[in-house]
Design a protein around this ligand. Structure first.
Ligand code: CP
Ligand code: NVA
Length: 308
């Protein structure tokens, strides 16, 4: 491993070239899955710590670590009492002595930052309240499997401007795409993150737009993305959010306003009939389940990148 360890906390920490390299490597690893894969994690152990539920992230990371020659240990955050039984710093100091990689899903982004600060081994963000970088990488691989690396695309996110939206904003800024967020008033992404993304976009030829208005961006969109209205940890706001977001559903009526070949996707789990209808999620436009599979390939490529 390199002398200075690298983490994946947010894609803003990666250069555009690094991101493209990971995407291209993901595609190669996907093509040769099951044969001649680099065993970069051989004799190594990764620990998976989750403060919130997960299907895809846990499964794809565990599979990725196995396929790269190592293995995974799952730790339930309640069992280890991160920040309660023991401080986050001390948990980090222990992990650092025993395993080779930390993959963590936390409520506060600050918890992941603390783990990274007190570990000399790489730490990967498996979703925090601010970012979900692995999802954005899987998204990028999924679009590049269908559309050219050269094109500047119009990517529209409809919904809550939080973790998934922020990471899509980061990847679109880094790769020079035009990213529009359409959120109900009060659910726009954090202004400080918008500013960072806009600054990056200046250098890559992309753009960042945030609006409450559904129509114009949808008309010229190449891809429409959506996410649940109430994220994990916001369950008590579910009913209020159903009212606030009701006009922002991705349904066939909305899709009919977009170009005929528009792609639609979702990080999953989907709340069918809320932020997206089954008619759209199961339609020819949808790449959501391909994106779910691509989590495996981009995470393998990320681990290869961090351990090469
Ligand atoms: N998209 C995603 O991160 O899924 P899980 O919450 O199931 O891991
Ligand atoms: N915004 C969602 C994403 C789930 C993958 C959440 O945080 O629950």
């Amino acid at each position: 491993m390199a002398d200075t360890k690298k983490d994946l906390l947010t894609l803003f920490d990666f250069s555009s070239d690094e991101i493209l390299e990971i995407i291209k490597l993901s595609k190669k690893l996907k093509n040769k899955r099951g044969s001649s894969e680099p065993k970069v994690f051989s004799n190594r152990t990764g620990v998976l710590i989750f403060e919130k539920p997960s299907l895809r992230t846990r499964l794809t990371f565990e599979t990725a670590l196995n396929e790269l020659g190592g293995h995974a240990v799952n730790l339930d955050s309640h069992t280890i009492g991160m920040g309660k039984r023991e401080s986050v710093e001390d948990v980090a100091r222990n992990l650092d002595r025993i395993v080779h990689l930390v993959v963590a899903r936390t409520y506060k982004h600050q918890t992941i930052e603390q783990l990274a600060r007190y570990c000399s081994i790489p730490v990967i963000n498996a979703l925090s309240d601010m970012f979900h970088p692995c999802q954005a990488l899987a998204f990028a691989l999924s679009i590049y499997e269908r559309l050219s690396f050269e094109d500047k695309l119009n990517i529209v996110f409809i919904g809550d401007g939080n973790n998934v939206c922020n990471s899509l904003m980061a990847v679109c800024a880094k790769l020079g795409h035009h990213f529009t967020v359409i959120s109900p008033r009060g659910y726009e992404p954090d202004v400080s993150i918008q500013k960072i993304a806009a600054e990056v976009s200046k250098h890559t030829g992309g753009s960042i737009t945030v609006t409450n208005d559904l129509s114009p961006a949808v008309n010229s969109s190449n891809v429409i993305y959506t996410d649940v209205w109430a994220s994990m940890g916001q369950e008590e706001e579910q009913e209020k959010r159903k009212v606030d977001f009701k006009d922002y559903q991705v349904n066939m009526d909305l899709i009919s306003k977009a170009p005929e070949d528009v792609l639609v996707t979702h990080c999953l789990p989907a709340h069918r009939g809320e932020e997206i209808t089954s008619e759209v999620l199961d339609s020819k436009h949808s790449m959501a389940f391909d994106e779910a599979e691509n989590r495996l390939h981009v995470q393998k490529a990320t681990i290869v990148h961090l351990f090469s």
